[in-house]
Design a protein around this ligand. Structure first.
Ligand SMILES: Nc1ncnc2c1ncn2[C@@H]1O[C@H](COP(=O)(O)OP(=O)(O)O)[C@@H](O)[C@H]1O
Ligand SMILES: [Mg+2]
Length: 238
């Protein structure tokens, strides 16, 4: 299977401090991969650098076999990368509909935009009901749905999600997990899910990378990690 994205030995510094130290990740075409780690591990830095919003100090990025290390964020979005940022970053005083359209600003295919709008309204019927409502008046869970839907509006091949569970109640997090799977299954969109919520990450992804203070400390298929976890629990009781 070919990889849609390859992150090759990237290092990212803020001034003199190293946030990400020579990490490599592969996202298979059509797959769901998660990058987990605690606060400050370097998860957002990695995603933001993948989108070209934070410069790499070292390393490279390959998207669909093409080196994208030195192209702009807008060009990366045109090629099929999208980010649902940490904390949603909606325009609270704009309607849901207008927030959604902001995801399609790099596109010119009107027909495709209309189809994708229909797709996200089918995926999140509540957003259709509230399309004219100001985004800032929605619940946290609904705002996360708007952020994800806006990401889909660029018709990405790879959707990067930065901690979609942040600040949401467990039942809402379950729902977010189901929607992420549905996007992957119905559109074939590859997913890179950054999370601190291991329950959500393991419920959705097939492969996991674990980041600790800027370094990858573990990786493997979710099934294997689960098995190890079950063994650990059986022997050590926790
Ligand atoms: N804009 C920035 N300037 C300086 N340091 C930053 C900046 N953004 C993040 N950092 C630092 O980089 C490290 C990784 O942060 P981040 O990528 O946000 O981690 P995570 O998303 O895993 O919580 C942290 O030590 C954080 O304080
Ligand atoms: Mg973060």
């Amino acid at each position: 299977m070919s990889n849609i994205l390859e992150i090759n030995h990237i290092t990212i510094k803020y001034g003199k401090s190293i946030a990400v130290a020579g990490i490599s990740l592969k996202i298979p075409e059509g797959g769901i991969v998660t990058l987990i780690g605690s606060n400050g591990a370097g998860k957002s830095t990695t995603l933001n650098a993948t989108l070209g919003m934070v410069p790499l100090t070292d390393g490279s990025l390959t998207f669909q076999g093409e080196d994208i290390t030195n192209i702009s964020t807008a060009e990366r979005v045109k090629k099929g990368l999208a980010l649902v940022p940490e904390g949603r970053h909606l325009f609270p005083y704009l309607s849901v509909y207008k927030n959604l359209l902001l995801g399609a600003t790099q596109r010119t295919d009107k027909q495709g935009i209309a189809e994708d709008l229909e797709f996200v309204y089918n995926l999140f019927p509540k957003l259709k009901d509230r399309s004219k409502q100001k985004a800032g008046t929605l619940s946290g869970g609904e705002q996360q749905m708007v952020a994800i839907a806006r990401g889909i509006m660029s018709n990405p091949k790879l959707l990067c999600l930065d901690e979609p569970s942040l600040g949401l109640a467990p039942v809402v997090i379950e729902d977010v997990g189901r929607k992420i799977k549905e996007i992957n299954q119905k559109r074939g969109t590859s997913i890179l899910l950054v999370e601190q919520n291991v329950h959500l990450a393991f419920g959705v992804a097939a492969y996991c990378y674990t980041l600790q203070v800027g370094k990858l400390v573990a990786e493997g298929p979710i099934d294997e990690i689960r098995e190890k976890d079950a063994v650990r629990k059986a022997y050590f009781g926790g």
